[in-house]
Design a protein around this ligand. Structure first.
Ligand SMILES: [Mg+2]
Length: 270
């Protein structure tokens, strides 16, 4: 059952309860990157992980399976993380690298390349003249960032995104994020399906493994829901944020800051 984010127990203060769920099982951790391991920043290229967070992830990755799941391209995440013992799933799980198995790529469907090219060109045409607007082409999607765009101009970004979608209702979909529209091929895929796929592809779909997922955004809800009843979901964010507190979630716990995430990772590693 979905819960109000404002009612979630804190994973650190309720660590005893969480340890009971973990008893006799090995955790397999799935971590979102932006907003979970790094603060949300104005420009995506500035989302640098802190040295202490990197150490916390590394310490845990030496002890159990840790997989970073991101919408970013996989090599970008690998470079940002800089931890060799880590499993990295880029492009929302379409492109995986593991220390044991190397790369594993799901067929993306080259038939979407042309429509993504067109999307990129149309976004550039409208957004390049808007101060602060940023078009980020990715391997399997195009992101339209408007965090730095003046309020009065933001509707222009939304309008072009809507127009592109209206022209390709069967081929494209949009996932809204934090001040970003991500335009993706319309394939049945989300972070929930990605996590279930990763569990199987990585050989972690066994009764002795407790999958855990940590994320901060709307797209992470799919993963919380997919793991509900078989794993542990941890929402990262502030319940007292008015935009967040009234939302419902399938996560079981909350951590409200990067510092708490770091502390929690350390507590799992010991
Ligand atoms: Mg995130």
């Amino acid at each position: 059952m979905a819960t109000n984010i404002g009612d979630l127990p804190n994973a650190l203060t309720h660590k005893d309860q969480l340890d009971k769920q973990l008893a006799g099982k090995k955790p397999a951790l799935f971590l979102d990157y932006d907003g979970t391991l790094t603060p949300i920043v104005d420009r995506p290229e500035d989302a640098i992980i802190s040295e202490s967070m990197r150490e916390a992830v590394k310490a845990l990755a030496d002890r159990c399976s840790v997989c970073v799941v991101s919408g970013r391209d996989r090599p970008v995440v690998q470079q940002l993380m800089g931890v060799d013992s880590l499993i990295v799933a880029g492009s929302h799980g379409f492109d995986i690298w593991s220390p044991d198995g190397g790369t594993l790529q799901r067929e993306m469907g080259a038939e979407f390349a042309d429509v993504l090219e067109e999307t990129k060109a149309r976004l550039h045409a409208v957004m390049d003249p808007i101060e602060g607007a940023l078009v980020e082409p990715k391997k399997a999607s195009v992101a339209a960032h408007y965090r730095l765009v003046a309020d009065a101009e933001r509707s222009k970004v939304k309008d072009v995104v809507d127009a592109i979608l209206a022209d390709h209702p069967d081929r494209l979909k949009v996932t809204p994020g934090k001040m970003v529209f991500e335009i993706q091929p319309k394939i049945e895929w989300d972070k929930g399906k990605a996590v279930l796929y990763l569990l199987e592809a990585l050989g972690l779909d066994t009764p002795d493994i407790m999958p855990m997922y940590m994320g901060d955004d709307h797209t992470d809800e799919h993963a919380f829901e997919a793991l509900h009843g078989r794993g542990i979901g941890i929402f990262v964010g502030r319940a007292d944020d008015p935009e967040v507190g009234k939302r419902t979630t399938y996560a079981h716990y909350i951590l409200d800051s990067m510092a708490e995430v770091e502390q929690f990772l350390h507590s799992l590693a010991t």
